[in-house]
Design a protein around this ligand. Structure first.
Ligand code: TRP
Length: 346
């Protein structure tokens, strides 16, 4: 008999564009993991309500990110929209009662985000939802008995909390009911901003700090062309372990992008030139721009195909969410029984 495949779950917030940092750093990994594991991936619209937001935009962004994910290779049957599965919030409530208030106050993402809200305007406020965010996240994960959760290092603390909740729950009910989820860290390239290669490519830093995967070709080229190459300026120093000439942060980032795009031959050739000090940054940027545009063009074409049949893809996601929901419902049925809530069967 073949060994049972492990369960993988991850989720993404529906916030506007997908940039190459998101793609190479997370989403591409999601696509690859589908071969080896039973994967479910959620677009977490309930989570997106924890910060000041616009209702119309939220719905638009949810569908937009679904199209983006499918366009880059996530299988629609593995995708769900969180609010189609209200059991997540029900389990979230139950988990509130298994979560230590003190531990929640120590979450660094809460501290970061609440300071962002405070800076925004007088009318914005730090919602209880923002504080409670990691508990809902624990519900997202545990409801499907996920073995592995592919996330970045910034989510380590939330994963730890999920394990604590599972453990506390298991202790109370006296059996190993919930699986303790493990973080699945994969070696993924950390793409930096081309405008400031000392910081991560990210939306929050502003428009020039990220390159949109589904962006216009001319803009992608322009952004690569204006990439900063003198940050942490290159020297003729040679790294003692690799024997390679050291690179400044900007140049290193461009090489990394080339590699991430799978342009290994070009990468090798340019690396040789770099070591000989005969590489012009114009040439390097030209190759990187070409590689990104090529990637982007494939995805853009796929996305417009999907857009032309938007009804069909929406229907598919409703179906897949309904299918995935059955697993969530089964968990809730068992959890209600275990926790002493009134039994659903009359
Ligand atoms: N908190 C995650 C982020 O900010 C998003 C998220 C919500 C998530 N629920 C999750 C990630 C469950 C993994 C598993 O990116």
């Amino acid at each position: 008999m073949t060994e049972q495949r492990k369960n993988v779950l991850s989720c993404i917030q529906p916030t506007g564009h997908m940039h190459f940092g998101n793609y190479f750093g997370a989403v591409k990994n999601w696509v690859d993991l589908q071969e080896k594991y039973d994967c479910v991936y959620g677009v977490v619209d309930y989570h997106a309500m924890t910060m000041p937001y616009n209702p119309e935009k939220l719905r638009q962004n949810s569908w937009d990110i679904i199209l983006n994910l499918v366009a880059v290779g996530v299988q629609p049957e593995n995708l769900f929209i969180q609010s189609y599965i209200p059991e997540h919030t029900e389990l979230g409530w139950i988990f509130n009662c298994f979560t230590s208030y003190g531990q929640l106050t120590r979450m660094t993402q809460f501290k970061d985000k609440s300071s962002q809200v405070e800076d925004k305007s007088k009318d914005s406020f730090i919602s209880a939802g923002l504080f409670d965010y990691p508990v809902l996240q624990a519900a997202d994960i545990l409801i499907y008995k996920a073995d592995y959760v592919p996330v970045g290092k910034d989510q380590g603390q939330h994963l730890e909390l999920s394990r604590n909740i599972a453990q506390r729950f298991n202790n109370m009910v006296g059996k190993e009911y919930f699986v303790l989820p493990e973080t699945l860290y994969t070696e993924v390239p950390k793409v930096m901003s081309t405008a400031d290669p000392t910081r991560k490519m990210s939306k929050s830093a502003g428009e020039k700090h990220y390159i949109n995967v589904f962006g216009e070709e001319a803009r992608i080229r322009k952004q690569v062309k204006s990439a900063v190459t003198d940050a942490g300026a290159s020297t003729m120093d040679v790294d003692a372990t690799t024997g390679q000439r050291e690179k400044g942060a900007g140049v290193q980032n461009l090489f990394k992008l080339l590699e991430a795009c799978g342009k290994l031959d070009a990468h090798q050739a340019l690396e040789t030139k770099y070591n000989e000090d005969t590489l012009s940054y114009g040439e390097l940027k030209g190759e990187v721009a070409e590689a990104l545009v090529e990637q982007s063009a494939k995805f853009v074409a796929k996305k417009s195909e999907l857009k032309a049949n938007k009804k069909e893809i929406k229907y598919k996601i409703q179906q897949s969410s309904a299918e995935i929901r059955k697993r969530a419902q089964q968990t809730l049925k068992e959890v209600r029984q275990l926790t002493g809530l009134t039994n659903l069967k009359l």
